[in-house]
Ligand binder design. Structure first.
Ligand SMILES: NC(=O)c1ccc[n+]([C@@H]2O[C@H](COP(=O)([O-])OP(=O)(O)OC[C@H]3O[C@@H](n4cnc5c(N)ncnc54)[C@H](OP(=O)(O)O)[C@@H]3O)[C@@H](O)[C@H]2O)c1
Length: 348
């Protein structure tokens, strides 16, 4: 049996429409008929220079996947045919990406779509909230703060109110979910940077305690943060900067206490260029991925937290159907550095 798919066949070239086999679910997997395939900035990097996909061409894109279960693989007990589910696909496996009619998901790290969100909204709640959660609460590949209840690894009595966090790029989708998780956990101070006059209301409703203009110089930003939190800041989550640009967050860290800087964009970083951190700091690159330790617990609890409003959908722009031209235009807009509202293919 075969299906239509929009794929990168050659790195750096526009996507093309092909026919490829409908993948069969193996042990622990489910097959879904894709309803919504949500794109993110990394899809443009995949098309431009092969991020995640260079060894698996031709490859569909989009790992925010919402669909209806059509087949259940061996040893899957948590889903049945007809369930409406959402999850994170696998960018390195062409069967696990969304710009095709049928895709494969890992049952343990998939959840039913909560009744208070539609399929388009559910697609916004896969990769980005998970990236934020991983960056804050995984150890050692995140800031390593204990996850809040009810997640696996939570520590009853842990006092989050003593923690301060700076989020570079609160206006980004990931940045918004970092703020939302930090508020849910109960962090005492959540400082963020964003374009002045754009999303301040939204960011303070999410839980930001201080919103600073992201367009000031790094020195000015450092002065503003030190006025708020003194020399105490030990945790920074940079949701937007690649390479040495992440220095802006490192500069905010304490000079007398050890610090951690989480980044989610790659590129070279020379820590020796950040001076004055006498107690040292660690820069940690975080990748959203299936995690056998807290992954299952995360996906089990996620729908309840969406239902009670802890996590809210972010903005998206619908592309109707497997529309090759519109998908290529969205990828080109990302690659041109335009401000893109998260494109989502509404396939079924
Ligand atoms: N490692 C991983 O697993 C992982 C997972 C997801 C995303 N990512 C990466 O994370 C990055 C963000 O993704 P996203 O989908 O959240 O992006 P997005 O929603 O498209 O973010 C765009 C927004 O970020 C803000 N921004 C841009 N440059 C900034 C800067 N220098 N300082 C502060 N804010 C800035 C702007 O908001 P305002 O103008 O409103 O301030 C802009 O509108 C991408 O590079 C993506 O590839 C990595």
């Amino acid at each position: 049996m075969s299906q239509q798919a929009l794929v990168v066949a050659e790195i750096g070239k526009p996507l093309v429409k092909i026919t490829r086999p409908i993948p069969e679910p193996k042990e622990g997997q489910i097959q879904v008929k894709v309803t919504v395939a949500g794109l993110n900035p990394h899809d443009a990097k995949a098309q431009r220079y092969g991020l995640f996909i260079k060894d698996s061409l031709p490859s569909p894109l989009a790992i925010d996947i919402v669909g209806t279960v059509t087949k259940v693989g061996p040893n899957v007990s948590n889903f049945k045919e007809g369930d409406k589910v959402f999850s994170l696909g696998n960018p390195m496996d062409p069967d696990g990406a969304g710009t095709q009619e049928y895709a494969i998901l890992i049952a343990e790290t998939t959840a039913k779509v909560p009744e208070n969100v539609n399929a388009d909204e559910a697609a916004t709640l896969a990769l980005n909230p998970l990236t934020a959660f991983w960056g804050l609460f995984r150890d050692p590949v995140g800031l390593g703060i204990p996850p809040p209840a009810p997640f696996k690894g939570s520590q009853p009595g842990f006092d989050y109110s003593k923690l301060s966090l700076a989020v570079i790029g609160g206006g980004s989708a990931v940045g918004k979910y970092v703020i939302a998780w930090a508020k849910y956990a109960g962090f005492g101070m959540i400082i963020t940077t964003a374009s002045k006059g754009k999303s301040e209301k939204e960011l303070s409703a999410l839980g930001a305690t201080h919103i600073l203009d992201r367009h000031v110089s790094a020195t000015e930003l450092e002065n503003q943060v030190r006025e708020i939190v003194g020399d105490d800041l030990q945790h920074v989550f940079d949701a937007v900067n690649a390479g040495q640009d992440a220095e802006v967050g490192a500069r905010l860290l304490s000079t007398s206490k050890s610090g951690k800087l989480v980044v989610i964009c790659g590129g070279d970083f020379d820590a020796s260029k950040v001076t004055g951190k006498n107690a040292g700091f660690k820069r940690i690159m975080v990748f959203a991925s299936p995690d056998p330790i807290i992954g299952r617990s995360y996906w089990e609890e996620l729908p309840k937290l969406i239902l009670n409003g802890v996590l809210k959908p972010t903005m998206y722009a619908v592309i109707e159907g497997l529309n090759l031209d519109k998908l290529n235009a969205a990828i080109a807009a990302y690659n041109a550095g335009q401000n893109v509202v998260k494109p989502q293919l509404h396939i079924d």
